[in-house]
Design a protein around this ligand. Structure first.
Ligand code: SF4
Ligand code: FES
Length: 339
């Protein structure tokens, strides 16, 4: 079995493992972010470039470095390969450039976007983005479109990761949507605004890493961090019926699939479970959902704040803003923490 070293950690992996999968086997900070790869969607990956890594030794047989960063979701491990992710400052700089490109047309509408709090792009921009944009040109904008009565497409926010297209291809029959045009005029669309109506189309909402595809039955009902997520199941003939209920009191505001620590759906759910069962009585509640992936939902415990970590994080952000007001911000955070 080939051995690969990622950020100075060596691991032996089965033949045919990609660098990203090997990094996930190690876990923790060495795992590169991934905006288009999705482990249970075939042929996903290779579109967004957020998962780039530096290969400083291609293999034991050929120890030369690869000439430029490679997409870790699409590059297979070779025996003796040496990879750098967080240990390479140039690589982190290059990833910052990728994030800047992803944000070129993305609107800064997080305050009104339903995906806020569980948006992979928001997390990515926070970790790897620059505080300011250098982009002066007019941004692409689109009218919002209803694709069917349950899904709203807000193309302005789309980063063209193709995940929803893979869902349509692999989970549903009679696919009616895809990417139209090429280059900077590409857009997700349906044939003549066809409705996307089939049993599993709702999964497109869950795989969308940004707020481009949102649940029409949940839009503007609540911020996710004000809801109470519960694991629940029901007997369903189309899917496993295992879901997360996003509740407020006894009201079920949204039903979604369960996601793992990489924000990937564990088991696809059908539209019946997702859209047609919004009563508590329809479900057997198992208990509180622990959100495994990075999200403000799982960060909502200010009493456990780590002051040292907070100081480092504030310093990092202030550095991007030209070194202003570090003292005041930090002191204020200390005061808040003591309250
Ligand atoms: S709509 Fe969402 S899932 Fe589909 S390509 Fe755009 S960002 Fe990706
Ligand atoms: S996750 Fe690898 S290119 Fe997008």
């Amino acid at each position: 079995m080939p051995k690969v070293t990622i950020d100075n950690i060596e691991i032996e992996v089965p033949e045919g493992t990609t660098i990203l999968q090997a990094a996930r086997m190690i876990g923790g900070d060495v795992v590169p972010p991934a905006m288009c790869y999705y482990s249970n969607l075939k042929t996903s990956g290779g579109y967004c470039r957020t998962c780039i890594v530096k290969v400083s030794q291609a293999s034991a047989k050929d120890p030369r470095p690869m000439p430029k960063p490679v997409a870790s979701c699409r590059t297979f491990v070779q025996d003796g390969m040496v990879v750098q992710n967080t240990t390479s400052p140039e690589l982190l700089e290059a990833r910052k450039g990728v994030v800047e490109f992803l944000l070129i047309n993305h609107p800064l509408d997080c305050p009104i976007c339903d995906q806020a709090g569980e948006c992979d792009l928001q997390n990515l921009a926070y970790e790897h983005g620059a505080a300011k944009t250098r982009y002066d040109f007019e941004r692409r904008t689109f009218e919002k479109i209803d694709i069917g009565n349950k899904i709203k497409l807000h193309m302005t926010r789309c980063i063209l990761c193709y995940r929803c297209v893979k869902v349509a291809d692999q989970l549903t029959d009679g696919r009616v949507h895809g990417v139209m045009n090429r280059g900077d005029v590409s857009e997700i669309s349906t044939y003549i605004q066809n409705a996307v109506e089939n049993d599993f189309s709702g999964n497109m909402i869950d795989v969308c890493p940004v707020g481009a595809l949102t649940d029409n039955t949940f839009r503007f009902k609540s911020r996710v961090w004000f809801t109470n997520p519960l694991d629940a199941h029901r007997a369903c003939t189309k899917c496993t019926g295992k879901v997360v209920l996003w509740t407020k009191g006894n009201e079920v505001l949204r039903v979604s699939a369960r996601k793992d620590k990489y924000a990937e759906v564990e088991e696809w759910i059908c539209n019946d479970c997702r859209f047609e069962h919004k009563n508590m009585e329809d479900w057997n509640v198992e208990g509180a959902r622990k959100t495994a992936h990075d999200s403000v939902i799982s960060q909502n415990h200010y009493e456990n704040i780590d002051l040292q970590k907070l100081k480092l994080e504030i310093n990092r952000q202030i550095k991007h803003q030209g070194g202003k007001k570090i003292k005041e911000v930090y002191t204020q955070a200390q005061i808040e923490n003591k309250k």
